[in-house]
Design a protein around this ligand. Structure first.
Ligand code: HEM
Ligand code: NAG
Ligand code: NAG
Length: 489
């Protein structure tokens, strides 16, 4: 035997030893285990390509709870909405922050102390809920009107054509940026269009950054785009005037007090740009897209809006007094049901016995992750919603026009029947602000402009399947629309 063969055999032995030691099998009382055939990687590729399809397949094979291997990690997926509280309610064994930190590091190259996000959230609540919310609503409303106005010269009579996704995303992003990152009042902020253009490049690479699957040249692009965005955002929130972007001001102060250096602060601001601006535009797109392709729904929403505009005396509707818009609310809820697809992920930091609604108990292993995917159930579950693929604008309304909150699965009423905002203590802080913003935008657009599909037979684009798990979905391609200011005479 030569030295080389001996060495090779030794190597083989080591590899074998490695796989035996790291081999995992299902223990008694653990959920069904599906490792996939590829060592270490497991199901990662299929998971990333189209998570909804993959998890639907796993659900058919294993039922409402199972553990899959993906890129070396074991993820227990729970798909029974009646059992979601068992995960959402236990922040002791199931930790939110750790996985959030992994993502922050991968996407923003950002490292913050473990307790920092909770403090930041308190700051955010102070500014986005209660009294301060009304002030934000009126600021963003002003920006929305100005941006819409700027899209068409006053004397324009001809139609203007544009992709609806691009239109919604860019307009709402700019309005949100101006409102929260104070771009314009102090004149030291970056131009919203350049921030949007860079942000879109970043957004396109986001899912790959989160999964750690960037190719070499994409990695380079990601780095440079991130750097440029940080530079563009650098002046934001630093003005002496606390009246402009008070939330960002307070956030930066908090980071300062924690002793977080300036470079890290800039990355944290970029993360906040993503958290606050990444979902609103796509949500508005899906709502308008479904309305335009469902004439009956569009008519119903327009009718509700015209009743409001007849009562309105001020320029800004919904501002001083709460106005009920049940039809609009239901249509938005329905659009979100079809296109909001966040994973709700927790890390098991202490072994846990998970009790399902049907009485079954499963052990969750320390070090694994638990993931809820409400998109599959309840949102697209045929047991909960009749014809779940269809957009029905009045799905969340009762016969008498009141809000419908009773939905059932297996004969029992569901506590969670749609979860676009997450749930529990880690649910979305910006929910009300986001709803108000989208309502302002759609109201303004539909009451001041004629808006229609370029191809009256067009339907909403397909979903880009690579984005499941990251909040609002985005379309594959766009929906071409045309618009012009309404004749006022
Ligand atoms: C249509 C628009 C939006 C959707 C669909 C949405 C959805 C979500 C979801 C699913 C989560 C995660 C919940 C979890 O992991 O359990 C979340 C978290 C969050 N959202 Fe939103 N969001 C939207 C708009 C906004 C806006 C406008 C803001 C701020 C102005 C905002 C601020 C936040 C923050 C700060 C968190 C983190 C909460 C935490 O740390 O626990 N969101 N959002
Ligand atoms: C789908 O999304 C991914 C990730 O954002 C992106 O790279 C890809 O270009 C998108 N596909 C289409 C057709 O838009
Ligand atoms: C739309 O579809 C209808 C029926 O399929 C057809 O008659 C009509 O020509 C189409 N219109 C356009 C603009 O393609």
């Amino acid at each position: 035997m030569t030295w080389t063969t001996l060495l090779l055999m030794l190597l083989l032995l080591l590899v074998l030893l490695f796989f035996t030691l790291t081999r995992r099998s299902r223990l008694k009382r653990e959920p069904p285990l599906d490792k996939g055939i590829i060592p270490w990687l497991g199901h990662a590729l299929e998971f990333g390509r189209d998570a909804a399809k993959f998890l639907t397949r796993m659900k058919l094979k294993h039922g409402n709870i199972f553990t899959v291997r993906a890129a070396g990690r074991y993820v227990t997926v729970l798909l029974d909405p009646h059992s979601y509280d068992a995960v959402l309610g236990d922040s002791e064994c199931l930790d939110f922050t750790r996985y959030a930190q992994v993502l922050m590091d991968r996407i923003f190259n950002l490292q913050l102390p473990l307790d920092q996000p909770a403090k930041a959230k308190e700051t955010m609540k102070r500014h986005f809920l209660g009294m301060n919310a009304a002030a934000l609503d009126s600021i963003i409303s002003r920006h929305l009107r100005a941006l819409l106005k700027a899209k068409t010269p006053t004397n324009q009579k001809d139609w203007k054509e544009e992709g609806l996704f691009h239109l919604c995303y860019s307009l709402l992003f700019k309005a949100g940026y101006l409102t929260l990152f104070g771009g314009e009042q102090n004149n030291n902020g970056a131009d919203p269009s350049s921030v949007y253009d860079e942000y879109k490049k970043f957004d396109g690479l986001l899912t790959k950054m989160a999964r750690g699957t960037l190719r070499a040249e994409e990695k380079k692009t990601a780095h440079s785009v991130r750097k440029r965005l940080c530079e563009l955002l650098a002046p934001a929130g630093l003005t002496e005037d606390p009246e402009s972007s008070p939330w960002l001001h307070a956030y930066l102060q908090l980071l300062q007090e924690e002793g977080i250096d300036r470079e890290m602060q800039k990355k944290a601001v970029l993360m906040q740009l993503w958290a606050t601006q990444g979902n609103v535009g796509p949500a508005a797109f899906w709502l308008l897209g479904h309305l335009l392709t469902n004439p009956e729904a569009l008519t119903a929403v327009k009718k509700e809006f015209s009743q409001i505009s007849q009562m309105e005396t001020t320029e800004i509707p919904f501002k001083d007094k709460p106005v009920d818009t049940p039809v609009f609310d239901s249509a938005l809820q329905e659009a979100l049901r079809l296109t909001a697809a966040p994973f709700i992920t927790r890390e098991v930091v202490q072994e846990k016995s998970l009790r399902m609604a049907d009485g079954q108990e499963y052990l969750l292993r320390k070090g694994d992750r638990v993931c809820l995917f409400p998109f599959i159930s309840p949102q697209m579950d045929p047991e909960v919603y009749h014809e779940p693929q269809k957009f029905k604008h009045n799905r969340f309304l009762n016969e008498d026009g009141s809000v419908k909150e009773n939905f059932y699965k297996g004969g029992r009423r569901l506590k969670y029947y749609t979860m676009p905002w997450g749930a529990g203590t880690n649910g979305c802080v910006g929910k009300q602000f986001a709803i108000n913003t989208i309502r302002q935008f759609v109201y303004k657009f539909l009451t001041s402009f004629d808006l229609e599909l370029c191809d009256p037979n067009a339907s909403v684009p397909e979903i880009n399947a690579s984005r499941y798990g990251f909040g609002m979905l985005q379309p594959d391609g766009d929906l071409l629309v045309r618009y012009k200011p309404k004749n006022k005479d």
